[in-house]
Design a protein around this ligand. Structure first.
Ligand code: SAM
Length: 211
């Protein structure tokens, strides 16, 4: 995702620290207190500019959403969307999801979304794919029993790789959809990438798996 440098980003993040939470590790195990209720928590990894998470928060006001985005100038875009939406059930973390256990206690999360994750097609970059087994171990740790990992992509290679990775990890397949938009599911909230690629005629794949 290409982004312009935003010299004002640090000031913006300071002013909006109730939306983009600094020092996320201090909140580990206490996210419900921060939201002020005991609604389930859903996490999106690689939130991008925030269209999915704000759409989901509007559609599901009784769920708390946390978006994790590693690039500062992109999390700023997502925060602007959250502010525009006026939704109180979303917060963002400007963090690398490399070790989720730094931010979340065991079984703290009900659902994890991976949307159009970077495919890292070269074999030598396999470890960076968000469906590599080291990531699955972390998801298993922070997800509740029966918590779901929901993965959407337009990238057939990454989808095939991920299904094999889930299977090797012994995960249960609740859904494997090879053409999501054929369903015309009114509950499907499109991400920025999903809109872009489906407009070009690309198929969108989705899987839902549990541990
Ligand atoms: N999910 C959005 C969408 O579907 O429109 C953005 C997809 S974009 C291809 C992938 C995003 O994931 C980028 O914004 C990137 O910065 C972010 N990302 C990649 N690896 C990450 C990581 N380890 N932790 C947090 N964010 C990550």
């Amino acid at each position: 995702m290409r982004q312009r440098h935003k010299p004002w980003a640090d000031d913006f993040l300071k002013e909006n620290s109730h939306i983009v939470i600094p020092e996320s590790n201090l909140q580990k195990g206490k996210w419900k207190e921060l939201f002020g209720n005991s609604n389930p928590i859903h996490v999106e990894i690689g939130t991008g500019k925030g269209q999915f998470i704000t759409g989901m928060a509007e559609q599901f006001p009784n769920i708390n959403f946390i978006g994790i985005e590693v690039v500062k100038s992109i999390v700023v875009n997502a925060a602007q969307k959250v502010i525009e939406s006026g939704q109180k059930n979303i917060i963002l973390l400007n963090e690398d999801a490399n070790d989720l256990r730094e931010f979340f206690a065991e079984h703290e999360i009900a659902t994890i979304y991976l949307n159009f994750s970077d495919p890292w097609p070269k074999n030598r970059h396999e470890k960076r794919r968000l469906t590599y087994h080291t990531f699955l171990e972390q998801y298993k740790n922070v997800l509740m029993t029966n918590g779901e990992l929901i993965f959407k992509t337009d990238n057939q290679g990454l989808f095939e790789y991920s299904l094999v990775s889930f299977s090797k990890f012994g995960m249960n397949f609740e859904e494997v959809n090879l053409d999501l938009h054929k369903l015309h599911d009114p509950e499907n909230i499109m991400t920025e990438y999903e809109e872009k690629f489906s407009a070009k005629g690309q198929r969108i794949y989705r899987s839902r798996v549990t541990f």
